[in-house]
Design a binder for this molecule. Structure first.
Ligand SMILES: Cc1cc2nc3c(=O)[nH]c(=O)nc-3n(C[C@H](O)[C@H](O)[C@H](O)COP(=O)(O)OP(=O)(O)OC[C@H]3O[C@@H](n4cnc5c(N)ncnc54)[C@H](O)[C@@H]3O)c2cc1C
Ligand SMILES: NC(=O)c1ccc[n+]([C@@H]2O[C@H](COP(=O)([O-])OP(=O)(O)OC[C@H]3O[C@@H](n4cnc5c(N)ncnc54)[C@H](OP(=O)(O)O)[C@@H]3O)[C@@H](O)[C@H]2O)c1
Length: 395
């Protein structure tokens, strides 16, 4: 039986694996990591590549190695300090990727990801019996403890998308999760409408502009400009102390939502968008929401709630992902077998991020009621790893 099975091999899972092996090297043989890609950080690398993201939004101490200084030290030793951007040392994407590869090698985790998805969970009736997992290859794995670190859930699709009548070419309407800028051919001269107001929408807009498209960015509010997803006070005790002392889960949820305040773009990208707008290449439609879309004679006809009408050749949705138990197949199964309290679909986990009454832990955005607004970020991965590691070692 595996001591610990981790579903997912993204940065959050890597943070936990490294910390665990640093504390308990003898657990190496009993740690099992599953990911359909069969490699570490495949989804992370894919999204950075597909949106042509030059550097991370998070500062240099945020990464999967247990020592926060490890990335800066790696940059220094490989004479790549120039790839730490600005006062916060935002790591360039290539530096971060090389660093993570070195972390995987240092912790002897190369080749340790099994190419399979966790598809079904069966919890034991009680006590110390094993958790059973059915994998996408049909095999069954028994685990003493399970960590679900499977990342973002289903894409957010605005309501009007479901009401589109009749067929349209698949490339005419795409969510960001299916988009790869390098694979988008024939954008020159096309008019693209991008729906969103977060950093993904900004990267996609700039990528399309580089390829000669005309871009209209439709933000349902005013475009918000922030260096990070939430104020840096949320990355330490300044705000987290009071957050952790808040006994009401509903108020905690409200604090998380208010701290993130929807999507936002960094000052650097906001500047690039403004330049494109000044040159007449980008149209910024703030406070604008699409009410309906029709595919007519090879073009989108868009009706907005403010009564305006627009045409477009392609529609890209950079509307983010749902975060909630009901959007995650594995968590729906847990909820059916061992129901727990939900606050607007967010699970009320115990302090060690355990699904109460089980030995299943969650990492990522759905640990936000415990970890705060940065739960889904690299910072959240470090925090979650510490809590889960303590629980695993104690038992
Ligand atoms: C474009 C983009 C850029 C970002 N940049 C930053 C940044 O600079 N800094 C920052 O802090 N945050 C950033 N984020 C937030 C980001 O989501 C997290 O930092 C990070 O990817 C989350 O790591 P994760 O391990 O939870 O998820 P992921 O990286 O998504 O990894 C989850 C893995 O689980 C696997 N998986 C899914 N289902 C199963 C299953 N059933 N069984 C087994 N495996 C499964 C997936 O294949 C995937 O590889 C960014 C997000 C996006 C979308
Ligand atoms: N490292 C990087 O450079 C980088 C690049 C991309 C993303 N990221 C990170 O990745 C995470 C996700 O970013 P994201 O931009 O993909 O998602 P996001 O931050 O969740 O933003 C989604 C955007 O879509 C809008 N939206 C949602 N539903 C909508 C609807 N029905 N109609 C119209 N608009 C709708 C939201 O509007 P509201 O704002 O009104 O809610 C929001 O602006 C963030 O943490 C971000 O910082 C980092």
């Amino acid at each position: 039986m595996a001591e610990l099975v981790i579903a997912g091999a993204g940065p959050q899972a890597l943070s936990l694996s490294c910390l665990l092996l640093q504390k308990r090297p003898q657990w190496r043989r009993r740690l099992r990591v599953l990911d359909p890609s069969g490699t570490w950080l495949a989804h992370w690398q894919s999204q950075m590549g597909r949106y042509e993201i030059p550097w991370l939004r998070s500062p240099s101490p945020h990464h999967p190695h247990p020592n926060p200084h490890a990335l800066r030290r790696f940059a220094q030793e490989s004479q790549r300090l120039g790839e730490l951007e600005g006062p916060y040392g935002l790591p360039h994407t290539a530096l971060f990727a090389d660093f993570c590869r070195s972390v995987v090698a240092d912790f002897q985790l190369t080749g340790r990801v099994q190419a399979a998805a966790a598809e079904e969970i069966r919890l034991p009736p009680s006590g110390d019996a094993a958790i059973e997992l059915t994998l996408s290859d049909g095999s069954v794995v028994a685990a003493q403890r399970l960590v679900i670190a499977t990342g973002a859930d289903a894409p957010v699709l605005p309501g009007w998308v479901g009401a589109i009548a009749g067929p349209h070419p698949p490339e005419a309407l795409q969510h960001s999760q299916a988009l790869d800028l390098a694979a988008c051919h024939g954008l020159t001269g096309q008019h693209l409408v991008i729906v969103g107001g977060g950093l993904t929408s900004a990267h996609l807009a700039l990528g399309a502009l580089r390829r000669g498209a005309r871009v209209s960015l439709f933000c349902r509010r005013e475009l918000r400009c922030k260096a990070f997803d939430a104020d840096p006070g949320w990355l330490g005790p300044r705000y987290l102390k009071d957050f952790r002392a808040e006994p009401c889960w509903h108020r905690r949820r409200q604090q998380v939502l208010e701290a993130r305040d929807g999507g936002s773009v960094t000052p650097q990208l906001a500047g690039q968008l403004q330049q494109a707008r000044a040159r007449g290449h980008l149209q910024l439609n703030e406070g604008c929401q699409i009410a309906s879309a029709q595919w007519v004679q090879g073009q989108w006809l868009l009706h907005c709630r403010d009564g305006s009408r627009h045409c477009a050749d392609r529609l890209w949705l950079a509307t983010g992902h749902h975060q909630g138990v009901s959007h995650q197949p594995l968590l729906r199964q847990l909820q059916a077998q061992r129901p727990l309290a939900l606050v607007d679909d967010w699970p009320v986990l115990s302090g060690d991020l355990c699904w109460p009454g089980t030995r299943v832990h969650l990492m990522g955005g759905l640990a936000a009621l415990q970890l705060g607004p940065a739960a889904r970020n690299l910072f959240g991965g470090r925090e979650a790893a510490q809590r889960i590691c303590r629980a695993a070692i104690k038992s």
